[in-house]
Design a protein around this ligand. Structure first.
Ligand code: OAK
Length: 838
């Protein structure tokens, strides 16, 4: 060990191999890990061994801060945010940790002195894809911001053995492969078997009266599953705060198999064990839609019960009395996936800790708050009563009791309004009976929020209208945000450097500072530097595309990118209609002077969502024809980037000129890709939907390519009887585009292949593509025009970035803190003396 000291972020650190940050120390520490952790030497080590050695080196430096943080929280009994989410789409950890630790450059140098390329080692990491899209990635951004702001927080979720599937493209179709992300081990997690808990499932309840005359309930489960926590440190940006992401793995409970083993039914016991372990086996790959499967409800109660029991354990360890639960924890429900927490917290307080109903209910409501993330009716979770009662008999009783008391309250506020009662009830009794999870979340929480202004307004007017009338004070808006650390500092180092050179580096934690870039928007020298960075990131994406797809794209063409889950409401096929329109124009007039364009798509379709899969096939089929047509002369290219994930997203955002945010108004709750593109200097073509509206307000209407109907206009048009066929009949270019698809031109003569899509558009068009088509085409023309004037384009891009300060997840989290959680930051001192902990 070396004993010299260095100063890092204003603190003196001793330079030992486990925590030191000098290049020499880092090299030694890396080699130690290679030899003594991986058990390899350079002659036989694989690229993965090198990655692991580096990851463990970084992990030591994280743990140093993690321990200090945990010790401070324990000592100060800090009020803590518990963020409950079925998904955390974390993305690769190594690069982000280097950025947050502030040792990226030192490590880069250490690696290169040892003959390694840091970029290659970063590439080696298999990302934890424990989420589908927006909701899971938002949870990850929020963890980063909570740590950066110095707030005590724990993310609670599920450690899926298989995360979101890997996407392959075969013959233009999506093919799913299992995501074996744990195959080579996960250096970022620490298993904590000593904090395992048990979760009861199935069986029945028995009611009795105890010696004191109090009614009690005994739940006799059919099975018990054990939850084992795995902890990942979440370090804030340039702080000593390292919070925890605690993910639960399911294992058979030993107490449960005991009988079967003893009675000689060895195989039966092993089978039960396997069944239990299925609980955390795989992430449901649906975005914005609920599947209603028993295993999914089991996952929900599993992670919620584990997490609540963990909070009870923490209370006990810190000797905090249970009646102070709501003072110790603020629990945020990330959509309704953890909404069973309302009933589970009541059950734990009443059945297991003998609290009376009213006190338990007060604690539950004061502790919980609920974020809604979608307006799509198919995403609203409801569980058939039989399924629910079979799996969670005690919770169903509690829900009935909550409902009974709640509906009495409704009757007092709105007498003689039985329609309202049936609309508000936690139980849907209009046909087959269901438990309505959003209703449970609304009743059991003290705060309910949407994720963008329009979304919150529509929630109040429409989906949750009766609740907004019942509890107006509970509702507020919290517009989403994204972390500028991962989505600029890590993903776009040249742009980060350029900005920092002009305005200093405070903007990475005070994103509003970007405003100081405004004066440079007109500066030709600055514009030039800006353009060359954009050109270089595009060239690098072009190289990736060539390697992946074998398609060569021109970095000087305009890169328009639509990267998000594939969904009809997100309207990737509207983008395709524009591509076909341009293509048709070129075929009719091969010398037409157009702005050369590269159309890029990325995103996964839910495996059971036929139309979305057909949309992927359409994109690829159109690409195949357009990319090869010599008459196009490379002026149009269409590329589908397979397996869009966080790692790929980090390549994609910096390389975009144009960000496609073209959902039907009133359908996209917020969107966060829109923010990441804009922060990286893309201009947006978009509808007045979700956070687009607020982005446009911030950057200025003149710096945003707006098109399409408003949410109100969509609503009115639907009410009047929308007839998409009229648009088809009266718009020759639209008709030609759709006819081209139907003619088999893009499908080797097969006239049936895309019929489900085109018929849906011409005869139903639930997402109003045809109504918005002409407006979209005209907006695209304005885009092409402006791109011809590179200086004007760049000026606008700089202004966009300069005005994006609002969309930092730090701002979102501050809003949650001020208005919902009421938690304050805690300062963490870094100690180098381990003996201090004793
Ligand atoms: C996923 C499953 C069920 C309900 C909602 C989702 C989801 O991902 N919603 C998305 O959440 C994002 C974060 O708030 C929003 O930006 C997206 O608009 C929304 O679709």
């Amino acid at each position: 060990m070396q004993s010299n000291s260095v100063t890092l972020m204003g603190q003196v650190c001793s330079e030992d191999t486990r925590t030191g940050v000098l290049v020499e120390t880092l090299k030694r520490s890396f080699l130690n890990n290679l030899f003594y952790v991986q058990g390899k030497f350079p002659g036989i080590a694989t690229q993965n061994d090198y990655y692991m050695a580096l990851a463990y080196m970084v992990r030591d430096r994280l743990l140093h801060r993690w321990i200090g943080t945990a010790a401070t929280y324990t000592k100060q009994q800090t009020r803590t945010v518990a963020y409950l989410s079925a998904e955390f789409l974390m993305g690769p950890q190594l690069g982000n940790n280097l950025i947050n630790l502030g040792i990226y450059d030192q490590v880069n140098q250490a690696m290169s002195e040892l003959g390694f390329n840091l970029e290659d080692l970063l590439e080696q990491e298999e990302e934890p894809g424990l989420g589908n899209g927006g909701l899971g990635r938002l949870a990850a951004c929020y963890l980063d911001s909570m740590a950066t702001l110095g707030l005590a927080s724990i993310g609670y979720g599920i450690r899926y053995e298989f995360g979101i599937f890997d996407q392959d493209i075969r013959d233009g179709w999506q093919v799913e492969r299992t995501d074996k992300w744990l195959r080579y081990g996960n250096p970022w997690e620490v298993e904590r078997p000593e904090w395992s808990v048990e979760v009861k499932l199935g069986g029945h309840t028995e009611h009795y009266v105890d010696q004191t005359g109090r009614g009690r309930v005994n739940w006799i489960p059919y099975e018990v599953v054990q939850g084992i926590p795995f902890d990942t440190p979440i370090l804030g940006y340039r702080t000593n705060t390292a919070n925890t992401l605690r993910l639960w793995t399911a294992q058979a409970s030993e107490s449960f198999d005991f009988d079967a083993f003893n009675s000689g039914d060895y195989l039966g016991a092993v089978y039960e064990k396997m069944a239990s372990e299925n609980v955390s086996k795989v992430l449901y790959p649906n975005d914005d839609v609920s599947q209603g499967k028993r295993l999914r409800l089991t996952q929900q109660i599993f992670f919620v019960s584990c997490s609540l029991q963990d909070m009870f354990r923490i209370m006990k360890a810190q000797e905090i009395p249970l009646h102070q639960f709501a003072d110790k924890f603020a629990i945020q429900l990330n959509d309704t996936h953890p909404a069973i927490a309302v009933a589970e917290l009541m059950r734990l307080l009443i059945d297991e800790h003998s609290m009376d109903w009213d006190e338990a209910w007060g604690i539950t409501q004061r502790t919980l708050s609920y974020t809604n993330h979608t307006l799509l009716p198919e995403a609203l979770e409801r569980w058939p009563i039989d399924l629910f009662g079979n799996l969670l008999p005690r919770h169903l009783e509690i829900i009935y009791e909550i409902n009974h008391r709640f509906l009495d309250e409704v009757r007092i506020k709105f007498p003689d309004d039985e329609d309202r009662i049936s609309r508000l009830s936690l139980i849907d009794e209009s046909g087959e009976r269901y438990v309505r999870m959003a209703h449970l979340a609304c009743v059991g929480s003290h705060a309910i929020n949407g994720v963008a202004e329009l979304h919150t307004q529509l929630l109040k007017q429409d989906v949750l209208r009766d609740f907004a009338e019942m509890y107006p004070h509970k509702f507020s808006n919290k517009t989403n945000g994204v972390t500028p650390r991962r989505f600029i500092a890590l993903s776009n180092p040249p742009l980060t450097q350029l900005i920092t050179d002009k305005i200093g580096d405070r903007w990475l934690t005070q994103l509003e500072d970007l405003r100081q870039l405004e004066p440079y928007a007109e500066d030709l020298e600055f514009q030039h530097q800006w353009q060359s960075i954009k050109r270089a990131t595009k060239a690098s994406l072009a190289a990736y595309i060539y390697k992946q797809n074998g398609i060569s794209v021109n970095p000087d063409s305009m890169f328009g990118i639509q990267a998000k889950r594939i969904h009809e409401y997100k309207r990737q096929h509207l983008n395709v209609l524009y591509i076909i329109t341009l293509y048709n124009r070129l075929k009719a007039n091969p010398d037409l002077d157009i702005t050369p364009r590269t159309f890029l798509f990325g995103g996964k379709a839910a495996p059971g969502y036929f139309m979305a899969k057909l949309m992927i096939k359409l994109i690829n089929s159109v690409g195949e024809v357009v990319n090869r047509d010599p008459e196009v002369r490379d002026r149009l290219k269409v590329v589908f980037l397979k397996d869009y994930n966080v790692k790929l997203a980090q390549r994609v955002y910096p390389a975009a000129d144009l960000s496609e945010q073209i959902s039907t108004a009133g359908k996209e709750a917020s969107g966060t890709g829109n923010m990441k593109f804009a922060l990286n200097g893309a201009l947006t073509i978009g509808t007045l939907d979700g956070a687009n509206i607020e982005i446009r307000e911030e950057v200025g209407a003149e710096n945003f390519f707006l098109f399409g109907l408003t949410a109100q206009e969509v609503y009115d048009l639907r009410g009047q009887g929308y007839c998409p066929r009229d648009y088809y009949d009266s718009n020759p270019e639209l008709k030609l585009a759709l006819d081209r698809i139907n003619s088999g031109f893009f499908s080797h003569g097969d006239t049936d292949l895309f019929k489900p899509l085109t018929d849906s558009l011409i005869y139903h068009d639930p997402f109003f593509l045809l109504a918005d088509y002409q407006s979209y085409i005209e907006a695209q023309e304005r885009v092409s025009q402006l791109y011809q004037d590179q200086s004007a384009w760049t000026r606008m891009a700089i202004l966009n970035v300069a005005r994006m300060g609002k969309f930092s997840s730090d701002r979102s989290i501050q809003d949650y803190c001020d208005e919902i959680w009421h938690v304050d930051p805690v300062k963490i001192e870094l100690s180098n003396n381990l003996e201090e902990f004793f």
